[in-house]
Design a protein around this ligand. Structure first.
Ligand code: SF4
Ligand code: SF4
Length: 203
């Protein structure tokens, strides 16, 4: 399975990993044109079998429109698919979106809205923590949360109102047992709305 993007919160005695689930809405690719070097565009033009000059001028025009605040869909987005999705030159800014943009700048990404709600719910009232996301996480290891914390974590998760898919990935990424979801006071398994299935590719 493709590794999901995430935010990692390091508390004093354990870590929490909050998954980011892309909703495949396509908003990001409909409103963004990544910056690319002339060398990369040359390679991509060959890969897509289109004339270099055509790709250069289209990319420049779209990029200028993006900078001017009147974005067109990315020139590599065709019928809601990224034509270079599997190419090694697909820019990191796309691979790491939305984390490549920095929190205050992310607009119109429903996956990020859910993600931010979860992060905020787990941080509420906390003072001692470090926080990283997929764009820079220095320590891939994860310290499991102790069972004594699970009640508190369950309540925070419920408060955030994540989809069932996000809950499933939250449990997997934090190495939690199925019993984490056992019905307890203040927590109901059915309180999570269903969601779209997870696809590997963005639209
Ligand atoms: S990253 Fe966000 S904006 Fe882009 S397709 Fe996924 S949910 Fe939509
Ligand atoms: S993921 Fe592909 S279509 Fe979307 S902005 Fe990046 S290069 Fe363009």
């Amino acid at each position: 399975m493709k590794e999901l993007l995430f935010t990692k919160i390091e508390f004093l005695h354990f870590d929490l990993v909050i998954p980011f689930i892309c909703r495949q809405c396509g908003t990001c690719c409909r409103t963004y044109t990544p910056m690319m070097s002339a060398e990369d565009l040359e390679v991509i033009a060959r890969y897509l079998k289109i004339p270099e000059n055509e790709l250069f001028s289209r990319h420049e025009e779209y990029r200028l429109r993006y900078i001017a605040g009147h974005p067109l869909p990315c020139p590599f987005n065709e019928e809601k698919r990224c034509l270079i999705y599997r190419h090694p030159l697909r820019p990191d800014v796309c691979r790491l979106f939305p984390f490549s943009f920095g929190r205050p700048k992310i607009r119109g990404c429903p996956g990020y809205d859910e993600h931010a709600r979860m992060v905020d719910a787990f941080l509420a009232g906390e003072k001692d923590f470090e926080i990283y996301d997929s764009s820079f996480c220095p320590a891939p290891s994860r310290r499991r949360s102790p069972e004594t914390e699970w009640g508190r974590l369950r309540l925070a998760l419920t408060r955030a109102g994540p989809s069932r898919l996000a809950v499933r990935h939250f449990i997997r990424m934090n190495d939690l047992p199925a019993s984490f979801l056992e019905r307890k006071k203040g927590f109901r398994r059915h309180s999570f709305p269903s969601s779209t299935s997870l696809h590997e590719e963005k639209v």
